[in-house]
Write a protein that binds this ligand. Structure first.
Ligand SMILES: C[S@@+](CC[C@H](N)C(=O)[O-])C[C@H]1O[C@@H](n2cnc3c(N)ncnc32)[C@H](O)[C@@H]1O
Length: 201
């Protein structure tokens, strides 16, 4: 039996994703964020970190981007999306993306740790993963490019912001309507990446 669509946003977006053929309800978070902040434009090259099952990659491809997606877990193919199975904290994954020889216009990361249910631990692991996403992204993000990363709120979030914010012209935390009301997640949005000049080889 279908849950009622009235009060519970979780159910609402779950069924809406099914209806529209998206692989995850998270697809609507990216749609809402992109509507507001215009991070992905047609023709953009987008790197999607923690991409499986592929809702964000579907949205980015629909917006007219060429997408490279990475995840620890497998991801069923999506037209226009190159998938690399790997861990963003591992050098081998970095090397696999380097081999593509692409500078990306946007890097988006919805990567999540396996939740323990303990707020503080989940927060700290998510901060580490968000930092890993940025460390990965900065190798490939073009000067002026856009960055989006999920993080769970908690006491380290200010320090995280202080570290990452100077790398961008525009920076902000945002919670899209499609995020669950009770969820700790927020998204850091950085636009206008200040890329450091590459060292000559
Ligand atoms: C919430 S899901 C992403 C959902 C996706 N944005 C979508 O719309 O379908 C989080 C993903 O992050 C991945 N992940 C977590 N840690 C990772 C890591 N170190 N490297 C790569 N992927 C990771 C998980 O395997 C999981 O598939």
């Amino acid at each position: 039996m279908k849950p009622r669509r009235t009060k519970d946003r979780q159910d609402y977006y779950y069924w809406k994703a099914k209806e529209k053929g998206y692989r995850s309800r998270a697809a609507f978070k990216l749609l809402q964020i992109n509507k507001k902040f215009n991070l992905i434009k047609p023709g953009y090259k987008v790197l999607d970190l923690g991409a499986s099952p592929g809702g964000w990659s579907q949205v980015a491809a629909e917006l007219g981007a060429e997408v490279v997606a990475i995840d620890l877990n497998p991801m069923p193919p999506i037209e226009g999306v190159i998938f690399i199975k790997g861990d963003i904290t591992q050098k081998s994954t970095l090397e696999a993306v380097k081999e593509l020889g692409v500078d990306f216009d946007a890097v988006i990361s919805d990567a999540s740790p396996k939740l323990t249910g303990k707020w503080t631990i989940d927060h700290l692991i998510s901060i580490d993963l968000a930092k890993a996403s940025f460390n990965f992204a900065k190798n490939f993000l073009r000067h002026g490019g856009n960055f989006l990363v999920k993080v769970f709120q908690g006491e380290e979030i200010e320090a995280f912001y202080k570290d990452i914010a100077p790398n961008f012209r525009f920076k902000k935390f945002h919670s899209p309507q499609a995020s669950r009301k009770r969820s700790a997640e927020v998204y850091f949005i950085g636009k206008g990446f200040k890329r450091k000049p590459r060292k000559e080889k």
